[in-house]
Design a binder for this molecule. Structure first.
Ligand code: ZN
Length: 80
């Protein structure tokens, strides 16, 4: 990763290594993933993810949706 890359959105802000959170929604369920490594523009807060990380985030979101569905349907009560 290049240091101090310049933001493509505002063309002036520096990109900083940060961890971000993202909220995903599917069929009325919301899940949040925290601690995603990303570059964030210090000027306009545009977020850039590393190539390939999108798939990993989507996978993690899928698993969280499955957990969230189980909680909503109450099936977990039968398991404990
Ligand atoms: Zn920017």
């Amino acid at each position: 990763m290049k240091e101090n890359a310049i933001c493509k959105a505002c063309r002036s802000g520096k990109l900083l290594n940060r961890e971000v959170g993202q909220v995903f929604e599917r069929e009325g369920l919301e899940v949040k993933i925290e601690g995603i490594p990303a570059l964030v523009c210090e000027e306009c807060n545009q977020v850039y993810f590393s190539p390939g990380i999108g798939d990993k985030i989507a996978n993690a979101a899928n698993h969280l949706f499955i957990l969230s569905e189980i909680k909503h349907t109450g099936e977990y009560r039968a398991a404990v």
